[in-house]
Design a protein around this ligand. Structure first.
Ligand code: TYD
Ligand code: MG
Length: 482
């Protein structure tokens, strides 16, 4: 049966047979999205399939979801699992995972390495019947899985399917060579028609399928171009259904741009089980993998990688990546223990204060929120009486990490004051705490964890809500002039 489509306004559900730039009903621009019309019969079928009775909460048993360890510890940590804190976790068979990030950040590299690690494990499992306590190798996970569909995979060829709509097989081969991946059981499939891809998944029954990227796929049932909201959504829905039916995990790569974060793959947010963001500054090696949504685990874990010559390297000791050797006391620098998810990381915050030559003083922040910087300079000017109104203030977090926590306030403020007064903070000191508008230092989450990490790295002098209650008190820690 030939399906047909209509255009539906995402704002008010107005329907039209043609695309229009502006919804005639609610007046919203660009809100009409092409959608497939399901006939009455299909709707009835779906309704009957879904007929379930309400159940008592107390009677519902927790299914022990078996997970497949990917072989990349930092990745498993982010998707979560039975005991995430020990770094053990993995992907749930049949789940759909959206990996979003800016172009060039390393999404294709990460997933290519992931297939290699996963396949290496499987071979290992076959050869040595190797298994770890909590996480499972592919083989074992499938055997333990209560999901009937994933049982089918036990007999599968044991390959990973990498669908590339973006790069040619030649380009992927070049990347694989660079990463040292032979890819014995990695199948490359340059295709953009989602129905062909689904048919291929059904035939091949791979252990895992990667779509690079979802914005390149189309279905002939819709007339929109690749990357339009209608095509992206429908393609993802079809893949998700195929994956769920067969118990095959599906990875969707999605590009986001700095400006258009919402228009991009976020239209898929409700459709997928897990949304991961791969972030970093392009010219810095540090990369973070964050989970934004996770139906099977927590969303507060962060994986940390470094982009190196031969691909991404897991960083289990991130402080060492972001903190430089500090053998001299220099004005304008503070060490701040921040929390990324549940993990403490020590970073250096640098500030430079310079007399302005413009009508308005400049406030420039890199790796830190510019709005927050304005507030901090205002607090410093008012509460300490420093005339920052005629000084430019620059703040930088070297290493390419983005600091978003209010707990960094005190460290940033001290770095600014330190630069202004040309007095360094003492060696071995670190600072954290939120700054209130009255200049008070407020308590923050995870103080013990932060202190522990700082001490581990040899920082002993604590500047925190427990050692100072106000900003002016904290400035007493500054050394005398150098
Ligand atoms: P890529 O995975 O193609 O990014 P995405 O799929 O997110 O667009 O990676 C792009 C960048 O990573 C590219 O600019 C080169 C760099 N890179 C390395 O530094 N080392 C490597 O081993 C590889 C494969 C890539
Ligand atoms: Mg890519």
């Amino acid at each position: 049966m030939k399906t047909h489509s209509k255009y539906v306004c995402q704002q008010c559900s107005y329907e039209s047979a043609q695309w229009m730039g502006k919804c005639p009903n609610c007046g919203e621009w660009n809100s009409l999205v092409e959608t497939i019309v399901s006939t009455r019969n299909e709707k009835l079928k779906i309704k009957n399939e879904k007929l379930e009775k309400p159940q008592k909460l107390s009677k519902i048993k927790l299914a022990n979801k078996t997970r497949i360890s990917t072989g990349i510890g930092e990745f498993d940590r982010v998707v979560g699992g039975p005991s995430t804190s020990s770094g053990q976790g993995g992907i749930v068979p049949g789940s759909v995972i959206l990996l979003a990030g800016e172009p060039g950040i390393g999404k294709s590299t990460l997933l290519l390495q992931l297939t290699d690690a996963l396949l290496a494990q499987r071979n290992f499992a076959v050869d040595f019947s190797f298994s770890r306590d909590k996480t499972h190798t592919v083989e074992k996970a499938l055997r333990h899985s209560q999901n009937e569909a994933s049982q089918n995979l036990l007999g599968s060829t044991g390959s990973c399917l990498y669908v590339s709509g973006e790069e040619s097989t030649q380009q992927i081969k070049i990347r694989a060579e660079r990463l040292g991946i032979k890819g014995e059981n990695l199948l490359l499939f340059p295709e953009t028609d989602v129905d062909t891809i689904c048919a291929q998944i059904e035939e091949e029954k791979p252990l895992l399928c990667i779509i690079d990227s979802i914005q390149t796929l189309t279905t002939a049932d819709l007339s929109g171009t690749a990357g339009s909201v209608g095509q992206v959504r429908e393609s993802a829905a079809r893949l998700a259904k195929t994956g769920k039916d067969l118990g095959i995990p599906i990875f969707l790569i999605g590009h986001v741009t700095k400006e258009g974060a919402i228009a991009g793959p976020m239209v898929l947010e409700h459709l997928v089980d897990v949304v991961l963001f791969f972030e970093g500054e392009r010219f810095y090696p540090g990369r973070t993998l964050r989970s934004f949504k996770n139906r099977f685990g927590p969303t507060d874990e962060v994986g940390i990688f470094q982009m190196a010559e031969k691909g991404l390297v897991e960083i289990s000791n991130p402080s060492e990546l972001f903190l430089h050797e500090r053998d001299k006391e220099i004005p304008g620098s503070a060490v701040v223990p921040i929390l990324e998810g549940t993990r403490p990381i020590l970073v250096e915050v640098q500030a430079l204060v310079n007399q302005t030559s413009m009508a308005y003083p400049r406030r420039v922040a890199s790796g830190f929120d510019p709005g927050r910087l304005s507030i901090l300079t205002a607090i410093i000017s008012r509460r300490l009486g420093l005339p920052l109104g005629s000084w430019d203030v620059f703040v930088n977090v070297p290493g390419g990490l983005r600091v978003r926590e209010p707990a960094a306030d005190l460290g940033v403020a001290l770095a600014i004051i330190s630069s202004f007064k040309n007095k360094p903070l003492p060696r071995g000191s670190f600072a954290f705490g939120e700054l209130g508008l009255l200049g008070e230092v407020r308590r923050v989450l995870g103080e013990e964890k932060r202190i522990k990490e700082a001490k581990r790295l040899g920082f002993t002098k604590i500047i925190s809500p427990s050692t100072c209650t106000s900003l002016s008190q904290a400035t007493l820690f500054l050394r005398s002039e150098v």
